[in-house]
Write a protein that binds this ligand. Structure first.
Ligand code: MV4
Length: 447
């Protein structure tokens, strides 16, 4: 049983974790940068400690400072949330060395799943379908081109240390390959300090389907169904929902079994997500494994009734899973919209500033996860996501109606947001028909 947990994060996910700890009777420590002195997570925690100046590299990414804060406050464990150090194997290893429990998988697993071409190899060896592509990482453009020619175009070039679209290029024609490869490789070197790339056959207009996994340290692994995260803009998720309108019970069983097998093959512990690409013919392929709690985890909480942050903490405390696969009952339809402080009319440029009038919706089946309050000053240093609206109802049609009602009631004056853009998406006939793919935004909202 942990006596005290330090949350190495900020914003809505830090508030979410503090609430889960409080419900479990566990003390909390918030770390904050100088820009977050007045932030909600700083105020809600039992203790708070400043770890440095505003820039992330000097604060929320400063491993030594966070470890020191943990030692000074005598916290037993660190919850990393998502982003920042949540998938940093070096940080997880530092925690292990300092006998601080990192709430997540081991540093070895984080490292192996963080290397996307290593992850592919692990999954391929376990018999999980992966997209046809390179077996080993590729470094030389000419060698990569030979491989691309044999795979057949279109192909997609990806960074081994990548994920989320950085260091990635889709190559439609042979003559574009070398320039695309060099660009993607340079982006990878700049972003990750790694020139290792890998290739895959490009799946045209796939759906992004991810399965939520829970795994304890004794080998038990269950899945909690899927989330359809296909509504994305430049690899940034905007809307997530569960269940997916194209997955029937048989496909859910097959993909769920593949996700559980993937977690076992990875030696996984804690909450995690197995991402698949689903093509138009219903074939699915392993894409990546995310070794963190995800932004969109509330969608699964709403259809399964589980509290995923509490489950992570219980697993980290050495408890066995509270549920067997046959205990999991998924019901109804949940949907999440991410509200960002950004201006769609100005190419989605982030728009920090002071929140004036602030009103959030409520009601049956409506959940708001946010750290924003009236007169709160949104700092310019961090991610632009400021609020998540999650709704749950019996059917997708009713969930969409509930989301429209909730979005229509929100008031966030003082900063620009993507609220109206989200409203347009969920009111679009193709969205309402469930006719979506990762190409939806580019197909219907050319921008
Ligand atoms: C793909 C793919 C199609 N075919 N791989 C996006 C980021 C990272 N998770 C991998 N991603 C993709 N990998 C193959 N073989 C489609 C995506 C993809 C995507 C690609 C470009 C622009 C937006 C996208 C949104 C979701 C998934």
């Amino acid at each position: 049983m942990f006596h005290k947990i330090l949350i190495a994060n900020r914003g809505e996910i830090a508030v979410r974790i503090i609430r889960a700890c409080r419900e479990l009777g566990i003390k909390t420590v918030a770390v904050y940068s100088e820009a977050d002195r007045e932030a909600l997570h700083t105020q809600l925690a039992d203790e708070s400690i400043c770890i440095g100046p505003a820039p992330s590299k000097d604060s929320y990414l400063n491993m030594e400072q966070i470890i020191s804060a943990t030692v000074i406050t005598k916290a037993d464990a660190i919850h990393p949330g998502f982003g920042f150090l949540s998938e940093n194997a070096k940080f997880a290893a530092m925690c292990e060395k300092c006998n601080i429990k990192f709430i997540g998988p081991s540093s070895e697993v984080i490292g192996r799943m963080g290397n996307k071409s290593e992850a592919r190899k692990t999954m391929q060896a376990a018999g999980i379908p992966v997209v046809p592509g390179s077996e080993e990482p590729v470094l030389l453009a000419e060698e990569a081109k030979k491989l691309a020619d044999s795979i057949g175009y279109p192909v997609i070039v990806k960074a081994s240390s990548g994920g989320g679209g950085k260091g990635m290029r889709i190559v439609e024609k042979e003559e574009d390959f070398l320039s695309c490869f060099h660009t993607a490789q340079q982006e990878s070197v700049n972003a990750f300090g790694d020139n290792a790339m890998y290739l895959e056959k490009y799946i045209i207009a796939p759906r992004h389907i991810e399965f939520q996994i829970l795994a304890d340290k004794y080998g038990s692994v269950i899945h909690l169904g899927e989330r359809d995260c296909s509504i994305q803009r430049r690899c940034q998720k905007m809307i997530e929902e569960s269940p997916s309108s194209v997955i029937d019970e048989d496909l859910r069983k097959r993909m769920g079994s593949a996700a559980v097998l993937a977690a076992k093959a990875a030696g996984y512990e804690s909450a995690g997500t197995v991402e698949f690409l689903l093509d138009k013919s219903g074939e699915f392929y392993f894409m990546e494994m995310n070794t963190r709690i995800q932004v969109e985890h509330p969608v699964t909480e709403m259809v399964s009734g589980l509290d995923l942050v509490k489950e992570q903490i219980r697993i980290a405390q050495g408890e066995t899973l509270s549920y067997r696969q046959e205990d999991i009952r998924l019901s109804g339809h949940a949907m999440e919209c991410r509200i960002n402080a950004e201006n769609p009319a100005k190419n989605f440029m982030p728009c920090p500033g002071t929140v004036k009038r602030f009103h959030i919706p409520g009601g049956n089946g409506v959940r708001i996860d946010t750290a924003v309050y009236q007169d709160y000053e949104i700092p310019p240093y961090y991610d632009s996501m400021i609020l998540k609206v999650i709704v749950h109802d019996k059917t997708r049609t009713e969930a969409i109606r509930k989301m429209e009602t909730a979005l229509g009631e929100i008031i966030i004056d003082g900063v620009d947001t993507n609220l109206d853009f989200l409203y347009e998406i969920i009111s679009h006939e193709k969205f309402i028909a469930g006719d979506i793919s990762t190409h939806f935004i580019q197909d219907y909202f050319a921008m």
